[in-house]
Design a protein. Sequence first.
Length: 535
Amino acid sequence: MIENKIGVFWDILFKRDIFESKQLMREIVRVKLTKKYLDNNTKVRKLSDQEFLYKAMTEATEEILGYFPGNRELFYSLYNTGNDIDLVEFIKSLNKSNKDGKMLLPRYIMDLIIEESRKLDYNNVFVAEAEKFIDGLKELIDNKPGSTFTLSTQDIVLYYALSLIFDGYENISIISNDIYREIEDFSKQDLILTIPDLGMKYAKSKFISTDSTGIAIENLLNLLNENGNLFSIVPAKFTFESTSNMEDLRNWITKNFSIPIIYTLPEGAFRPHTSIKTHLLHFSKRKIKPVEIANLILENGKYRLSNQVDVTIDDLAASNQWRTELFLTNNYKSISQYKTLLVSKIKIKELGEVFRGKSIMKGDIQPGPFSVLNISNIDDGEINLNNMDTINEEERKLQKYLLKPGDIVITCRGTVNKIAVYKSPAKNIIPSANIIVIRVKSKDIKSDYVKIFLESPVGRTLVESIQRGTTIMNINPKDVGEIEIPLLPLKTQKEIISEYNNEFLLYLESINEANKRWFSMRDQIYNRLLFQEES
């Protein structure tokens, strides 16, 4: 019934061309503030009188919410539809169905945080941008009635929404603050929850990182008391990215805090807002060992953990990266051996250039002099130059994308990781935006050697560990540039390449011979069906 009323409430506003989440939220809060005003200030309630309701609304809300975008009849309809709608359910429905809404924490993850928090001793709790935790926030608060909770938001409408939802709670204070700026005059906290905005960049400041997630986490970690704990949702790139000074931030964290858990969250946990891979991290000022790494699995609305492994904070600090895939992979022993290998290593970005191909729209495909390398043109480590799409464009606009012999191409989107070396003398082929190009300029390393390493079990695991997507790959050129390649002597590289190529040719010949035999024997069997005489 509540959901039906929410839908009716939206439909009333939709007919007035009011569609944005912020506008819908503003009007339900306007209705609720009007109801509270009437409950507190009017003995004679003429709820059937449109003029009476409209006047009460203007007195109660226009100073704080601005002018109402309609007439008396519209507000009368909204009030009678929305005055008994549950605000928590409204926020949940609004943000689950609108991409322009807030990124809400799914209930099963909130249940996990509540369960983990029961293991902790806390009295002062700060929930940053509290609207993101709305599904289960009451349960968290009711779980610890003797504690003091501070709920923050940057949005004035949500400030009043939270005030209405928690009206009557004496242990709750609601504030307006910005966790992406230095927080001053704020008491130390025992427990903090946050879901920082994803992917926002800020100007260089006193914070270590310029990334929104990094800024928020550093800011809030500094608010913890000597035994404090912080739970945060972070994008996958937070665990391995070196740009935006993320590596320095991770070093600072591992030196000053424990990380009891790093859980990889299920695919699509925050749809429709984002499909990127995300993690739940628990930071603590207490010395907690070990670090538990696991995948969080959703089954029938409940969570369970899988592939759990324990590592030390030193293991994380050693590589300056917290790539969970490297610890959870079946190749973990090989990865560990590779990390401790007493051989020089070089980052791909130090070999030359790393760049993404050109974005080609469907309408751009037309007869023209330039061919486009797509994912479908790479198969079994080889590039197929047949049946390629073409475009008609000025060469000067494509100059920086034109492939050169020796370029390594690696798919960065799709479902399967493919790698090949471009060896054609053709000078009119460009990669699509689904392809990352590694252009080796160093004389100390061969392109084929890099390709062989990247398609090895260790190399593939390293590539998979930098994926920002879940089922669908999403690899960033900058992250590819951070992968380290063992720098073996040129003679050894050439020997490896030669042996690889020889064995690959034998493999292809064997496949070809097997196919010939199969097709021949198959035809003989079919012929027996037609020409078999009765005995």
